[in-house]
Design a protein. Sequence first.
Length: 530
Amino acid sequence: MSSVDWNMKTFMKGASILTISAIVVKLLAAVYRIPFQNLVGDKGFYIYQQVYPFIGIFIVWTSYGFAVAVSKLLAGSRSKGESKAVMRIALIYLTGLSLSFFILLMVFAPFFANAMGDPQLVSLLRAGAYIVLVMPMLAVLKGSFQSNGRMTPVAVSNVGEQALRVAIILVGTWVAVRAGASLYTAGEVAMWGAVIGQALGVVILALFYRNAYKGPLEQVDTWGIVKELTFVSLSVSASSLILLLFQMADSFTVYNILLAEGMVADAAMEMKGVYDRGQPLVQMGILIASTLALAIVPLISHHAAKKSGRGAEPFIQLTFRTAFLFGWAAAVGLALVLPYVNEMLFETRDGSVALIIFSIQIFWLSLILPLTAILQGAGKVKVPTLLLLGGLLVKVVANQLLVPYFEVIGAAVAGNIGFAMITIGLLLYFKSVWPVRLAPVRFYGWLLMATAAMVAVIFSWMLVADYFLFDNLSSRIGATLTALTAVVLGAVVFLIVVMKSRIMAEKEWYLLPFGRRLASVQLWLIKNRR
């Protein structure tokens, strides 16, 4: 085996480790919100979701974007002295940013809380501010490990910090609620859970870290490194930040508009909290797309650099078709069963219409995440970043126009308009960079047939389940059984049609995470077709 093959194999193994840890982390991030909402109700959920984007944006930018930027600079270093100098500059720069952001949040917390229409959010903003103090070490250590291909410490840190965070949030919130504390105190406990979780991540990485280099630091272009760190970190994390930025737009607009239209404060909080139920649903729905971006993009980068063969084109087409396929299926499937899922997870069916519209965002995001990742891999970052910012501006304007008339349904529609415009812009730009046919007409035809079959089966099953099978059970248990069985039936029918049509070849399934089993099922279905 050649060294190039070995390096690629090692790299892909590391990417697989990170992918698996990312799946666990994203699942935990989505799932913990459900018991949290059950503990604090819709008003308590509103309180937490109003503030979370402030710290979430900084976490993603530093622990993901900066880590990648540091990793890239270290990988390009020519000596240990240069690497050490890069790490030192990155740590000093990020420490300066963190302290600035910490002071900003501490001093201007009353301003931000008032701008969101709720002065009582000050304590949550100040508690969350402490998380930025641990981010410099976390980002630099992650970048150092990634540059050396040591993905296991990063994966252990990611899962460890998220697991502790979730445990503290849920246990702390339960204790606070049982003790009769206010919902704002419960939200503050949740913020501290995030801080302590990130601190554990630093401790884990520090335990793995070994660097015996004691030589002199080499002279490097400090300003050039700072510019590179800023540019790469922002461009790499832009697509991951966009969902949080849309949430922040809602934090500053939805509740304020509802109050301005004459709604009582408690009712407006409850309504915003119901609307925020859509966040964990969308996060779970885009899990495949975000996993795909992590798993496929290294392959694309590797093959794009090759001088011979077909290059990256087959992998680009595969990424698009897989993202479209699963994003579409997840969005449509969730929309169909959402009233039951809403009651199963959150106790009531309140706001189901708004959440059905909200869940359509899964489709747009399933295309946005891998498309931006592929373009970033090709060094195309400026236009995608501008498109993402343009979509955010559309979201803000659409909120102002639609929420006064349609309340949270208008906010859900506004989100879809913003994401749809980003998706269309990305596809048009993508075609100008790679003038390739992303999928044949046959792909879309069979996708519609699979969708029609899924819709027919789910609707029929829900009618039978509602009126004959689970009608004697309690409402929430009946909704749970109906939702779970409908999801399984719909997914099976959808995949059977897709597999029998072979719009995804067996060898293509193999390239996807956990695709080996799907390829085996497809081969079995084709053999038994006649």
